[in-house]
Design a protein around this ligand. Structure first.
Ligand SMILES: O=P(O)(O)OC[C@@]1(O)O[C@H](CO)[C@@H](O)[C@@H]1O
Length: 397
């Protein structure tokens, strides 16, 4: 069934027991606690964190101070309209984005001062680069090495897709600890799989430009970088642009510093992963791999509101690959769509071919077959949408 925005309600946290409500009421306070415990913050930062905690628990949305560096930008993004309202009643996407903005402000990230630029999530991201799971993933390219390039490409695409499950915000929920034991794992059937269409946009030897809008640092980014190396090495793309966040966001979203950490981790891994790390390091030096960012990547807005400069950039890409759940919400619109609403219709506005690679971790889903949706709901209830156990690849050529 096709649907327009007018009949698909915007997702908010107003319903007790709903997924967004649990994020706002439980995940955010837990995150404040984790960040506080990870740094020797001073009294002013503790007071600001206490205030944010109170505000999340019982209060209404407060604006940033009048001297905030980005006040005008947030005004354009709906601040005046949402100030003074409950966190639960404003659009979920807006509330989450603004929460991360406020958390960074509370710990002094935006400065001026000695804590300016100190990423409050960095200890968690660095720890992830040192886990056994990460080490196992970095050994995988050695096992893939004897396979034909096409098969390796498919495996690396799936690695990048399922890498999206390694999102640190998602793992804050106690109930999500078991996601790894659910039906989802690399190789499990996808709820939608347009990967053939994706590969047909990227024939080997083609001079294409791939734009990849990154999601999480750590394991997901390592897998993305291995895929990018494959695309460049086998000439599926002559140029790759990797878009990252301009500041820490949704706990583990990748920034430029995280790309550097990931490239260092790849290089020290040795073997096939290490060789990929060396090639990527050089590719950056030669401008074959560009890392870019833009304030819009931390905006509480859908991609339908892309600013003109990004619209032009994406319009020039052979394909833009959009990673992860949050980017998916922004790509199709953070609304209660019917799951059978066509993906092609929802992304028709996008200025060029676009591919979504995402594990399902929120209420939003479009582009599924009616039978697929019915089977998923019969087997898992609502949980297939939010549990991170299912994944999709959707393409609009
Ligand atoms: O974009 P990602 O990393 O795949 O997922 C981000 C995410 O965990 O954060 C939101 C809740 O905070 C959810 O909508 C979504 O599942």
């Amino acid at each position: 069934m096709s649907q327009t925005a007018a009949d698909a309600p915007v997702i908010t946290g107003d319903r007790p027991g709903s997924f967004p409500r649990s994020v706002l009421a439980e995940r955010h306070p837990a995150l404040i606690g984790q960040v506080r415990a990870a740094f020797p913050y001073g009294p002013a930062q503790h007071r600001a964190l206490d205030a944010l905690l109170r505000e999340c628990a019982e209060g209404v949305i407060e604006p940033p101070g009048p001297a905030a560096h980005d006040l005008d930008r947030w005004r354009e993004w709906g601040l005046d309209e949402h100030t003074g309202r409950s966190w639960y009643e404003v659009p979920f996407l807006w509330a989450e984005s603004f929460f991360y903005r406020r958390l960074l402000e509370a710990v002094g990230y935006f400065g001026p001062g000695p804590w300016q630029g100190v990423d409050p999530f960095r200890p968690f991201k660095l720890a992830e680069l040192r886990t056994d799971e990460t080490a196992a993933e970095l050994a995988a390219p050695d096992r893939l090495a004897p396979l034909p390039a096409e098969e390796r490409g498919r495996a690396l695409l799936h690695g990048s897709l399922w890498g999206n499950r390694a999102d640190l915000g998602f793992r804050l929920d106690a109930g999500n600890g078991g996601a790894a034991d659910g039906p989802g794992h690399p190789g499990a059937p996808l709820v939608a799989d347009d990967s053939a269409a994706l590969w047909s946009l990227l024939p080997a030897g083609g001079p294409g430009t791939v734009h990849l809008i990154a999601d999480n640092a750590g394991r997901e980014l390592l897998a993305d970088l291995l895929l990018i190396d494959h695309l460049l090495r086998h000439r599926h793309a002559g140029h790759v642009v990797l878009y990252v966040k301009p500041y820490p966001y949704y706990v583990s979203d990748a920034t430029t510093a995280d790309v550097v950490d990931a490239l260092r981790r790849l290089r020290e891994a040795g073997g096939a992963a290490g060789a990929a790390g060396e090639r990527l390091w050089e590719a950056m030096g030669h401008g074959l791999l560009d890392v870019r960012t833009h304030p819009f990547f931390c905006a509480p807005l859908p991609y339908a509101d892309l600013p003109g400069d990004l619209r032009e950039e994406f319009g020039r890409a052979t394909v833009t690959v959009v990673k992860g759940d949050l980017n998916y919400r922004r790509l199709v619109g953070d609304r209660h769509w019917s799951a059978t609403t066509p993906f092609t219709g929802r992304t028709a506005y996008f200025p060029g071919p676009v591919a979504a690679l995402r594990t399902l971790k929120s209420d939003v889903a479009v582009g599924l077959g009616a039978r697929t949706e019915a089977a998923l709901t019969a087997e898992h209830g609502h949980r297939w949408r939010t549990g991170g156990t299912h994944a999709l690849i959707q393409v609009r050529s």
